[in-house]
Design a protein around this ligand. Sequence first.
Ligand SMILES: N[C@@H](CCC(=O)N[C@@H](CS)C(=O)NCC(=O)O)C(=O)O
Length: 333
Amino acid sequence: MRFSRDAEISVMKANPYHYAKGISFVNDIIFHHYPPSPVAEKVRVALGIKQLNWCSVTIPRVPPKPLLMPLTGGFRRTPVMQIGADVYCDSQCILRELQKRYPQPSFSGDASPGMLWGLSRWTDDTLFKLCLKIVLAVAEPNMPQDLLKDRGRLYFGPHWDFSKVRAELPQLVAQLRTQLGWMDQQLSSGNKYMLGDNASLADALAYYLIWFIRGRWSEGPEFLSQFSEIVAWEQRVNEIGHGTPTDMSAEQALSIAKAVEPTTPESVDPNDPLKLEVGMQISIAPNEDSGEQPVSGKLRFADRETIALIQSNDQVGTVCINFPRVGYRIITA
Ligand SMILES: N[C@@H](CCC(=O)N[C@@H](CS)C(=O)NCC(=O)O)C(=O)O
């Protein structure tokens, strides 16, 4: 759904420059991220595959994130996408929404989409954690303490210890080598991209891990040089770019949310195993023990893939916050 002209005008009036130019942003993609975030890089590549225009809001790397939290109900991870007063947390949810709103070119390239989401559980879970262990364990002695403590707890639980991880580094690298070998093999068919001659979600899912290893692990470039197909493909994905970003301030993003109402429909799958109902009080939290606070509010929407709740506060008015189902647990009552 697009916003009415009245809603657009009310946002424009909040900013005289935009009013004069006739720009409103209420239907635009607002992407909250920071440049070194690998998960954000995955979405930036996806925005490039679809050649989209988007507004770029830079957020802090560690909490507090006072200009993001009012939109996400306290969810602190990066990235977050906002369109008007609808907010999408977690890259899985963001990518699905982008595919829904901008179907062409499709994220499934030359293939059908179903198993691509399954593929994302391998890349974003097993493989991303493995890359994080290698990158963080090697970088630990030179990392700022606040960042190290934050990421250790977030990704590896309350008893994280990178000195132990460093001791098993060759084992971890061996695990990574085999799995990147699968990607290299996939590319040896002569196709330009992972699933054919059109770029797909599979490319974004693989690329951000390679980008992360190359940029943040001191031995990454040398390690990657053994995968000749990956190295050539990496260049092709790099050339896709990120679409067209335009900088936006966090304050402006908040004012856009405040000027409009959420468009996410009120609807719940009647066969939902949790017997959810519109309006019920719920909390949503990541499945893993990451120390993150659940996000609470009134249920607005639930289907097999997505769950969304409503929250209100002075900074944004009412927002609808969407999460993926997979990887998150829902607490009722
Ligand atoms: N499952 C999440 C993972 C996101 C994630 O872990 N992002 C990292 C940055 S790459 C993060 O949130 N780090 C902590 C922070 O930014 O506060 C997703 O796919 O979006």
